[in-house]
Design a protein around this ligand. Sequence first.
Ligand code: FES
Length: 168
Amino acid sequence: MSTGYAVSGGARGRYEAWTPNRGTEIISDHLAMEGATLPILHAMQEAFGYVPQDAVPLIADALNLSRAEVHGTMTFYHDFRHEPAGKHVVKVCVAEACQAAGGHVTSEKVSKALDCAFGETRPDGQVTLEPIYCLGLCSCAPSAMVDGRLIGRLDDEEIEEIAAECRA
Ligand code: FES
């Protein structure tokens, strides 16, 4: 039994396939919000696992922005993916408290166990590995998130469990 523990949530379902109609629907759902760009981008990523390039002109037109402005927002926030995510998304915290708790070594172990470099999706599409800057779980460092499920006190056993989960 691992000493790491899941804090919340469950495995995330599969993402929807991008269609312009679904993209337009998502935009419409958030159009009335103040500062709608970020909520729309988040909703796109939530739905499709990334923000499709074809969504940019739709967002720009709907919000009366230039495509460059929407693209600029997307690239400013590193959280937005430009390519489809893998079946599983693993995020390992690389912020200060986790680094102080051995996060650097942990990050390398996760990357090795998943056979995936940070910022990449494995060629078989099973997993995307990303750095994240604080999951609000500093007291349980080092921390990670697997398919939306928070994991604290990440240890070798937990890393093996994550790797097994990502093989499924
Ligand atoms: S620094 Fe890693 S969870 Fe806060």
